[in-house]
Design a protein around this ligand. Structure first.
Ligand code: BV8
Ligand code: ZN
Length: 254
């Protein structure tokens, strides 16, 4: 049984929403055991600052460490499971045609059953050659505790090396994904912002494109800086808040 909605939020939801967008960040995956960017560091990578590793400079300087870090993260995701919040988002996607925009590079939204997820910052599961761009399928699952240094696979088609399929700091986002996410947000009537500190641009700026009459609800245990236009900031977690919200929205659509 999902936890009850705060009465003030319930009052704001007393209408049918037909153009819902879910905008998620690292906090969406925290309850699946995936560390966020600003939580405590994890063991093997304690000394590393994600923002220092997630850059083209780091790749040029020390590919093996960068590749080892992403393989460790890919292994974490593969060993993790989507939680009830991911399931709720998948229901909103499948039953209410909601759009899902994420800053996350994991595949937990998809594994919970949501398709058409817009990955603003790419994915751990779409590596490509750093030279010719050829996509590469990583069939082998990473070792449980990859060593710090892991040489990336060579590209089968050119002298390049296989890099993570993510957008690094200082790299531009895929214009097609930004365009699709923007198109969804500018027409939404309900925007659910889940688990993001709202500090990374241009992604964080997309939430400000919601129409003036859209209701914006934020789900985050700590008030974030997502947008000045939050209609309701629900200080709860993704795995708690989203099932309750989805249940209410689905009941209203019947
Ligand atoms: C760009 C993929 C144009 C990689 C990521 C100097 C030089 C170059 C660029 C810049 C610069 N200064 C500023 C910039 C722009 C820069 C930027 O915004 N920097 C920030 C740090 C200021 N942006 C870029 O570089 C972007 N590109 O601008 O291109 C350009 C081109 C050339 C030159 C200049 C500009 C590209 C940014 C994309 C970076 N890649 N990810 C990877 O994953 O390794 S970003 C990465 O960090 C994530 O994808 C995510 O977007 C971000 C982390 O943010 P969050 O998801 O919000 O996570 P966070 O940990 O911060 O917060 C978690 C939240 O969850 C918290 O609020 C917490 O309270 C909450 N929470 C915790 N538990 C729960 C919870 N919520 C719910 N439930 C819970 N249980
Ligand atoms: Zn290549």
């Amino acid at each position: 049984m999902a936890s009850p909605l705060p009465s003030a939020l319930r009052a704001l939801l007393h209408r049918r929403f037909t153009r819902i967008v879910v905008f998620s960040g690292a906090g969406m995956s925290a309850e699946s055991g995936i560390p966020t960017f600003r939580s405590g560091r994890n063991g093997l990578w304690n000394a590393f600052d994600p923002q220092a590793l997630a850059t083209p400079q780091a790749w040029r300087r020390d590919r093996d460490t960068v590749w080892g870090w992403y393989e460790w993260r890919r292994g974490l995701v593969m060993a993790a499971s989507p939680h009830a919040g991911h399931g709720a988002v998948a229901r909103l996607r499948n039953e209410l045609d909601a759009e899902v925009v994420t800053q996350n590079v994991d595949n937990l939204h998809e594994r919970a059953g949501a398709d058409g997820v817009m990955h603003l910052h790419g994915s751990l599961f779409s590596p490509r050659c750093d030279t010719c761009g050829a996509p590469f399928s990583l069939t082998a699952s990473p070792p449980p505790e990859p060593s710090r240094q892991r040489p990336p696979p060579p590209c089968p088609a050119c002298p390049g090396a296989i890099r993570p399929g993510v957008v690094w700091f200082g790299e531009s986002l895929d214009p097609a994904v930004v365009e699709a996410a923007t198109a969804a947000i500018i027409r939404c009537d309900l925007l659910l912002i889940v688990g993001t500190s709202g500090m990374v641009y241009p992604a964080a700026g997309l939430v400000d494109l919601a129409p003036p009459d859209a209701l914006i609800v934020e789900i985050n245990p700590e008030p974030a800086r997502s947008t000045g236009r939050i209609g309701y900031a629900w200080a709860t977690t993704a795995a708690t808040g989203l099932p309750a919200l989805a249940e209410h929205l689905l009941a209203y659509s019947r």
